[in-house]
Design a protein. Sequence first.
Length: 185
Amino acid sequence: MAVRILTLVGSLRAASTNRRLAEAAVQVAPEHIEVSVYEGLDSVPFYNEDVDVEGSVPAAAVKLREAAAEADALLLVSPEYNGTIPAVLKNAIDWLSRPYGAGALAGKPVAVVGTAFGQYGGVWAQDEARKAASIAGAAVAEDLTLSIPSSVVRFAELHPVDDPEVTEKLTAVIEGLAARTNATV
């Protein structure tokens, strides 16, 4: 049985370099690791405790929680918006953090990677994503990182999967994340 890693992408743009980085993760994953990219974060409403009660949870949030619960680990792929985490990714973490202490992130291994236009590759946003996931109860792999700077230039004509440096480092993150799961391969 393969280790299942669910990837949440913090950018909703179809041509996002972070979406392409997530696609690369799917392609470079070793045979014993199944990486999938979650589709539908744009449908998940902003977290509201008033509707997070049995019988009232929006279907899109239920679907997200189920997908995360079925995964052995999560890979968060975050761009940097105004120096911090995108709202769509933070919202996903908020939904996955509940119910308090027993949410889909509780004890689940999580790694954060990403790319950004700036010279630091979005490290501020990635640090914020790690912080939020950790507070939400995830077992954040602080040492599994990948920040790719100058994404607009670097990936103007090159998909991340065709960049040997990126694929090597991304594969290492995926393998390291899989090693932190309780899944058997």
